[in-house]
Design a protein around this ligand. Sequence first.
Ligand SMILES: NC(=O)c1ccc[n+]([C@@H]2O[C@H](COP(=O)([O-])OP(=O)(O)OC[C@H]3O[C@@H](n4cnc5c(N)ncnc54)[C@H](O)[C@@H]3O)[C@@H](O)[C@H]2O)c1
Length: 697
Amino acid sequence: MSEVVAYTRQGSIGVISVNYPPVNALSHAVRTGLVAALKQGQNDVEVDTLLLVCEGRTFIAGADIREFGKLPKDPSLPDVINAYEKSDKPIVAAIHGTALGGGLELALGCDYRVALKSAKLGFPEVKLGLIPGAGGTQRLPRLVGAYKALEMITSGDFISAEDALAQGIIDFIGDDDAIHITGLAYAQKLSKENSPVRRVRDINHKIEIDKESDVFDQFRAKLEKKSRGLFSPFKCVDAIEAAFTLSFTDGLKRERELFKECMESFQRDGLIHSFFAEREASKVKGLSKNTPIREIKRVGIIGAGTMGGGIAMNFANIGIPTTIVDVQQEALKHGIEVIRRNYDSSAKKGGLTVEQVEERMRLINTSLSYEALYDVDLVIEAVFENMAIKKEIFSKLDEVCKPGTILATNTSTLNIDEIASATQRPEDVVGMHFFSPANVMKLVENVRGTKTSDEVKATVMAVARKINKVGVMVGNCYGFVGNRMLHQRGTEAIALVNEGATPQQVDKVLTDFGFPMGQFAMSDLAGIDVGYRIRKERRNAGEMVPIGWLDKLAEQGRFGQKTQAGVYKYNAGSRVPFVDSEVEQLIEAFRKEQGIIPREITDQEILERCVYVMVNEGAKILEEGIADRSLDIDVVWIYGYGFPAYLGGPMFWAEQIGLNNILESVRGYSKTVGGKQWKPAQLLENLVAEGGKFKEL
Ligand SMILES: NC(=O)c1ccc[n+]([C@@H]2O[C@H](COP(=O)([O-])OP(=O)(O)OC[C@H]3O[C@@H](n4cnc5c(N)ncnc54)[C@H](O)[C@@H]3O)[C@@H](O)[C@H]2O)c1
C-alpha cells in the first residue's frame, strides 16, 4: 500500500484516505496511491460503496506546487479522475477544509459529495493563468449550470459549503466536526439504500436548459472590463461553453487543448511569479519566525481625510474598535459620512447585510482629542504630508499613548527616522503606507526606520495579513519603493508632454501596456494638489524643483477629479475623463514660454521612458537595500499600482525583456534625455556584465 493513501474497510464501506501533509496536494505519490486504493476497493467483495476522505486539516487542496515546472509523470490527474468516475461502486467524497483545483475536480469525479459546514470549494487555476484541466470545466456546469460555473471558474474565488449545497455541488452538510464520521454515515446510508452510481458526466438537464443561452457572450463582455488583458479567464469561458456544445468526451478533449494553450502562454510565468512573490514577501529577510507579535485590540487613526477613513474601515471590517482623531469637527463628520456611504454601497451590492454595516459603524468612534488614544495598541497617522505637523503629532502621541503602542505613519514620502525622532520611543515608530482607496487597495508598504524594533516590524506585517492586505517590508528613503519609482515615471511622463506628446497619448500607452490607468488619470484621481504640495515643500526646503505645466494646472485650482478638472475634465459625479482643450492650450503656452519646439513622439519611446526608468530606479532601490529582494518591488507594484500580475511586476518583466536591452536603452536616454534618473544603476551594469539576474541576488 502507498504510504500516502490508505485503503481500509468499515463494514460494507471501503475507505480511501489520503494523508500527505500539509494540504494533501496531488503529488505523483498521491495520484499513484489513489489509483491503487481504488483498485483495492473495486476488488473488495465485502464492500459495495467507497468513501474518499483526507487526514489532517484539509481535503485535497490542489496540485503539488513542488512539482511545478517538472515533467508530469503518470498517472495524470485526468486519468485518476476518469478511473474514479468509472467505478462501478458509488464513491462519496467527504470534504473538510478546502477542496481546491484538482482536489475539487476529483470530488466531481466521485458520485456523491458531502462536506463540513466550514469547508470551502473553488477553482483557483485562473489565478495562475490556467483553466481547470482535469474535467472541472465539463463537470461543474452539469451540476450548477452555465452562469455559476462561469462565475466560479473565471474568478477563482472560493465558495462556502452552504453555497455549494444550494448550487447542487454537494449533497449534504455534516454537523459533526469529524469529517470521517460525516462521510462514513453518508456512505452507510447509500449502502443501506443500495444507491447506484451517479456519474456527473451523465447529468445533463442543466446543459439542456442553458444550451441556447447567450450567457457566454455576455460573460465575455463582462470579462473585457474585469479581466482586461488576461488570457486564461477567456479560455475558461471557451472551455465551459464546450460543455454545452460538445459531447462530454469531446468537451474533455477541448478542455485539454485549452489547458495546453494556457500552459504555453507567457502570462503563466508572470502569474506564477506573482503568486509566489506574494507569499515570499510576507517573510521578511532577517526577521526570525519566532519574533513576538504584539496583540492589536484597539486602533487609533489620526486624520479623517481620504486615507484615514479608508484605513479605519479595514479594522472595523475585522471587528477591531477604531477611534479617529481629527482637529476639525467638520472633517470628522465628513469622514464618517464617507465611511457610511462606502459601507452602504457595499450593502446595496449585496456584499454586506444592514446589520453588518451598523456593527462596523458602531466600531468606529471619533474624537477631537489625542487623549482618546491613551489605550490603543496601534496608531496610524494620516494627516497632511507635512513634516512639521507630523512631528508635532508624534510628540503628542508619545505623551498620551501607553508604553508598547505602535506609532505608525501613513506618509507617502517623508523620512520615518525624522518622524521617530520626535518621540522618546523610536523603536515603536514605523511606516504603514496604505494606498488609495485604502479600504480597497491590497498593498501596505511597511517602512522600517533605523531604530524600528523587530517586534514592531513583525507586528505590522501580521496586521497587514489580518486585515486581508499584502504587506511588504521596505527601507526608509524618499517615496520608499513604490512612490520613488512612480516619481521617476511621473517625471518622464511630464517631460514627454513637454517635448510634444499629449497626456492622453502617454496614458494610452500605459493602459495598453496593462496598467489600470495612465499616469495623468492617476494624478487626477489622487489629486494634483498632493504632488503640488510635496513639490512646494521641497522647493521651500531649498531643492531645485522646476515649475512645470502640472503645477500651473494646480495653481488654477485644477486639482483633478475632486474639482472636476485636472489634466482631464469630468462631469459631476463621474470618473470618466474627457480631453480638455484648455489644458492643451495651457501646455502649448508652457512649451512656448520654455522655448520648446514640440516633436512627434512614438509610443515605443513613451513605453521605454515610463517603464524602463522604473526598472532602473528599482535596481538602485535594490542596490541600496531599500528593498531586500526584487520580488518585494514586484509585489509593491502589482498590489499598490496595478502593474499587471501577468507580467510579474517591473523587475520580473525587465528580465523577460532582457536586462541588456534595458541597460542599452537606459544608456541611450542618459545621453539624449539626461537627468539622474537615467544614470544607469550600478547593479544593472554589474548584472549585465556578469549575465546575472535580479532574482538570483
Ligand atoms: N491621498 C492619497 O492617495 C494617499 C495615498 C497614500 C498615502 N497618503 C498619505 O496619507 C496622508 C493623508 O493624506 P490624505 O490624502 O488622507 O489627506 P487629507 O487631506 O484627505 O486628510 C488629512 C486630514 O488630516 C486632518 N488633520 C490635519 N492636521 C491634523 C492634526 N494635527 N491632527 C489631526 N488631524 C489633522 C485634516 O483635518 C484632514 O481631515 C498623507 O501623509 C499622504 O501623503 C495619501
